[in-house]
Design a protein around this ligand. Structure first.
Ligand code: BT5
Length: 242
């Protein structure tokens, strides 16, 4: 059964457990049309974990590398926040206070602990990919900017328990996303730690520097650039201003 009695999708209703794959997002895309909505693909290791725009995602054993297959009626870029909010709630369950760095990062103590990658095919499926550093080592070249739960807590975490909490929060936020996206966006705003900060945003070939004014209900970022307000629909935000 793929749905609750009230018609809600159950994320985690079916779980495909893999020891290794290139990318759980790629694997999920390959099976998306044959499986029920809410199916989760999870791998112990990814050999070609992906970030956005062709970047790579380090995925050695010990982390949570997973993709949720969803079949929403239309493409909505705010789906990414379902992942970010669920990850930050999961971290809170383990005593870790995290913030959201628009649009797809979860940060703790000035470093990235999780990244979300949404992909989709209009009218067919949406993939919500989540990478969360739990017990995995962080490669030396990323140590300045990345952190894991084990590093913060000082002891290994039970991966199954972390996954269970994550699935619980994903279900809760996906329901809110579908019914009250404004309520979800209010929470995103509350957890966005870059509000009021000067940031550098790379939007395609465009580089913008401005103060973050707001995250709007449509999911976009509102920047104040020398007194002019500008809405950014997507981009990479950096707190390092050269
Ligand atoms: C992201 O991209 O943050 C999205 C990451 C999504 C990963 C999940 S894992 C399961 C699913 N399957 C996949 O193949 N992907 C998804 P982006 O904003 O482009 O950030 C990528 C950048 O984060 C890299 O260029 C590195 O600087 C940094 N990075 C790479 N691995 C990291 C890690 N494990 N922890 C923290 N930062 C990392």
């Amino acid at each position: 059964m793929a749905q609750w009695m009230n018609g809600e999708t159950v994320i985690g209703i079916r779980v495909v457990n893999l020891d290794e794959t290139d990318s759980t997002n790629e694997y999920a895309k390959g099976i998306a049309l044959e499986v029920p909505e809410g199916t989760v693909v999870i791998a112990k290791r990814q050999t070609a974990g992906k970030g956005r725009r062709g970047r790579s995602w380090a995925s050695p054993e010990g982390g949570i590398w997973m993709s949720v297959i969803l079949k929403p009626p239309r493409v909505d870029p705010r789906l990414v926040f379902v992942g970010a909010l669920a990850v930050s709630d999961t971290l809170a369950d383990f005593g870790i206070s995290a913030g959201i760095k628009w649009p797809n990062d979860v940060w703790v103590a000035g470093k990235k602990i999780a990244g979300i990658l949404t992909e989709g095919k209009a009218g067919e499926y949406a993939i919500l990919g989540i990478g969360l550093n739990v017990n995995n080592p962080i490669p030396p070249e990323l140590q300045r900017d990345a952190i894991s739960m084990i590093e913060l807590i000082g002891a290994p975490l039970p991966l199954g328990k972390v996954l269970e909490r994550l699935l619980f929060h994903l279900n809760a936020w996906y329901r809110i996303f579908k019914g009250r996206p404004d309520v979800m966006m209010a929470k995103v705003r509350e957890r966005t730690f870059i509000l009021g900060r000067i940031v550098r945003v790379v939007e395609d070939d465009n580089v913008l520097i401005g103060r973050v004014v707001d995250v709007l209900d449509d999911g976009s970022l509102l920047l104040d650039i020398d007194g002019q307000l500008r809405r950014i629909l997507y981009g990479d935000v950096s707190l390092r201003i050269p």
